[in-house]
Design a protein around this ligand. Structure first.
Ligand SMILES: C[C@H](N)C(=O)N[C@@H](CCC(=O)O)C(=O)O
Ligand SMILES: [Mg+2]
Length: 365
């Protein structure tokens, strides 16, 4: 199966409500779609969101990295030389993890199609379904309570609540939500780097004293501040999950060796795809650090690839794959079935993506 063409397109999918974090506010998913064509007629699908504030990757940068570096590296190669392809993909340009992730998943899709096996089974997985949380954007407490109750009505029992913007309001936000939702609701929070280490310890222990019962806090401090993350992990009663601090397998190893976090969030867009995500999962297995699988604001092609990984690896014990359910429509054909919190993986060969609804993709050539 030889690679003949890398085709790019853009999709735009409106969100149900604006997505707001300590880092950004957006009202639609605007992603780059990758189609890798082969001489057998098989097509592999990938997707990358331009999450510049986290990955540094813009739409133009994703397109440029694929056109100017990645496409010329992979065109003409055989999908069966998979390890060579993965090494070449990772070596052909520095950073650009979103572009690499989109191409990596399209190649896994083709490799699975070549051997007629779903990717989660190729990775040794047996689990067919997973349960995701849903994100509540950071707003004033009243609006967050409305969004939380709406999520409960939709059947979610785990909320990932965004904080870290105007930190002085965070305890009031969480108190209002905890007081409004059913007692058994799991609540995890994500500060998206919005606190200083000392502020984080004060706020988290304040939340604990109020009995807000938080499962964990995601990325309380700046991404580069590994010492600050460790400071919080050692002093907070609320467990700490490293998100923006962990891009590469090397980052994951450093965080685990330092004991800088209790948990790690694996995202394909940060590590460059499934090939590197598997390395993070292996390191986590060695260190006994449980992982969450997360996503950026993404539509179904890329989140679907993460679903395959989550169904394959037992060390992934938490799931934040709510990109598609935050969208007001789903233009992607095939792949996992998202029935609110219940996600069922596709048993089709590869990743199971069939294409994009006609008229919903704007091809760039
Ligand atoms: C969408 C997901 N639940 C999420 O919150 N992901 C990121 C932020 C993604 C973005 O800004 O697109 C996270 O920080 O965990
Ligand atoms: Mg996060």
């Amino acid at each position: 199966m030889k690679i003949t063409e890398v085709r790019l397109g853009l999709i735009s999918v409106p969100l149900r409500v604006p997505f707001k974090t300590a880092l950004r506010s957006v009202s639609s998913v605007e992603d780059v779609i990758v189609e890798i064509h082969t001489d057998t007629g098989a097509v592999g699908y990938g997707e990358a969101p331009p999450t510049g504030v986290i990955t540094g990757d813009t739409t133009g940068a994703i397109i440029g990295a694929i056109r100017d570096h990645i496409a010329k590296t992979i065109i003409g190669r055989d999908v069966d030389d998979f390890e060579d392809l993965m090494i070449a993909l990772n070596a052909c340009i520095q950073k650009n993890t979103s572009a690499k992730a989109a191409v990596d998943m399209a190649l896994w899709d083709l490799y699975g199609q070549l051997y007629k096996i779903p990717v989660y089974k190729l990775m040794g997985g047996a689990k067919k379904s997973i349960v995701t949380d849903i994100t509540i954007s950071v707003n004033d407490p009243e609006e967050m309570v409305r969004d939380a109750l709406n999520a409960i009505d939709r059947g979610y029992d785990c909320l990932k609540v965004k904080v870290g913007k105007e930190p002085e309001k965070d305890i009031a936000r969480l108190s209002a939500i905890r007081g409004a939702v059913p007692k058994e609701t799991c609540i995890r929070i994500d500060a998206n780097q919005g606190w200083t280490p000392k502020e984080a310890v004060r706020i988290l222990n304040g939340m604990q004293e109020k009995g807000l019962d938080l499962e964990f806090v995601e990325q309380p401090v700046k991404a580069h501040d590994f010492e600050g993350l460790k400071y919080v992990t050692e002093r907070s009663y609320v467990p700490v999950l490293a998100d923006e601090s962990v891009f590469s397998p090397q980052d994951a190893l450093t965080i685990m060796q330092m004991g800088a976090a209790d948990l790690v969030n694996i995202k394909l867009m940060k590590c460059g795809g499934l090939y590197n995500a598997l390395k993070i999962a292996s390191a986590a297995e060695v260190y006994g650090v449980e992982c969450m699988i997360g996503c950026m604001l993404e539509a179904k092609i890329s989140v679907n690839a993460a679903v395959h990984l989550a169904c394959a690896k037992q060390i992934i014990t938490r799931v934040d794959l709510d990109g598609p359910v935050l969208c007001s429509e789903d233009p992607i054909l095939g792949g996992a079935v998202f029935n609110e919190k219940e996600i069922t993986v596709s048993n089709e060969p590869g990743l199971g993506i069939k294409g994009i609804e006609p008229g919903k993709i704007k091809y760039l050539d």
